[in-house]
Design a protein around this ligand. Structure first.
Ligand code: NAD
Length: 260
């Protein structure tokens, strides 16, 4: 059913975004990759997806803090594939500090990448989706879109904002063949979380294994990481025909974090 459709996945050179791009490509979707990283490594990822799944895979390195680059990215996907059917807003960064010590430029960057970039991509992608009466928007929020933690003021504000943005877009597009949903993962072992574990291990004089265990057990009843592949599979489901009446939802995939 998704075979031959086209998707843009922001922040897909690593972690969750890369797993989502691979899951969509496996379902026959052409994918536009985006994100930062070593040019040779990104080209290997892109070519690998084309070879393994027989779809078109393209790359555009637009910076999600720059609205003009974001507009050009959406246009590039539309031009390259003829249409943009699926938009996954996944790019994100983290910064951990108490609010009094939180650098203003880090606040601005987290809000720009984790929240405002989705406003810019959605407003550019929607006219084409509405004209074709089919579209899927999946916003990768977080358990921190539903509940808060100390020292993550910008991230929590951005992710709560992203869940709100999701609901508004869902209501505005409810009768246009377009759905808009958020996915709210708990801990997923990607470079974004590995940095936090390494910092905590160093600060608290723990091994990385101890820091892993403590991090998980502080927040999640289930002492296991969610996998990027699980989030990829949920994204494919939300893009499918069986999910056509699911819109405006915030799907937890968090080992029970927000059940407490
Ligand atoms: P990651 O660091 O592995 O990947 C982040 C991606 O975003 C990379 O491709 C990176 O290049 C890209 N990126 C960063 N800044 C960018 C910019 N300015 N412009 C374009 N691309 C940029 O992180 P991840 O853990 O895979 O996170 C992906 C998403 O999932 C984020 O939105 C994150 O908040 C969310 N999330 C992660 C977890 C987790 O535990 N890892 C939990 C909940 C939600």
């Amino acid at each position: 059913m998704l075979n031959g459709k086209s998707a843009l996945i922001t922040g897909s050179t690593s972690g969750i975004g890369l797993a989502i791009a691979r899951a969509l490509a496996k379902a026959g979707v052409n994918v536009m990759l985006n994100g930062f990283g070593d040019a040779g490594a990104i080209e290997a990822l892109r070519a690998g997806i084309e070879k393994e799944h027989g779809v078109k895979a393209r790359f555009n390195g637009a910076d999600m803090t720059k609205p003009t680059e974001i507009a050009a990215l959406v246009k590039a996907a539309q031009t390259e594939f003829g249409a943009l059917d699926i938009l996954v807003n996944n790019a994100g960064i983290q910064h951990v500090a108490n609010i009094e010590e939180f650098p203003v430029e880090k606040w601005d960057a987290v809000i720009a990448i984790n929240l405002s970039s989705s406003f810019h991509t959605i407003r550019a992608a929607l006219p084409g989706m509405k004209a074709r009466k089919w579209g899927r928007i999946v916003n990768i929020a977080s358990a921190h879109g539903l509940v808060a933690s100390a020292q993550k003021v910008a991230y929590v504000a951005a992710k709560h904002g992203l869940v709100g943005l999701t609901k508004t877009v869902a209501i505005e597009t409810a009768n246009d063949g377009v759905t808009c949903n958020a996915i709210c993962p708990g801990w997923v072992l990607t470079p974004l979380v590995q940095q936090q574990i390494d910092a905590r291990a160093k600060a608290n004089n723990q091994t990385v294994e101890e820091a892993n265990r403590i991090l998980l057990s502080e927040k999640q009843p289930m002492h296991q990481f969610t996998t990027p592949e699980g989030i990829g599979a949920l994204t494919v489901f939300l893009c499918g025909d069986d999910a056509r009446s699911i819109t405006g939802s915030a799907y937890s995939i968090d080992g029970g974090w927000t059940a407490q």
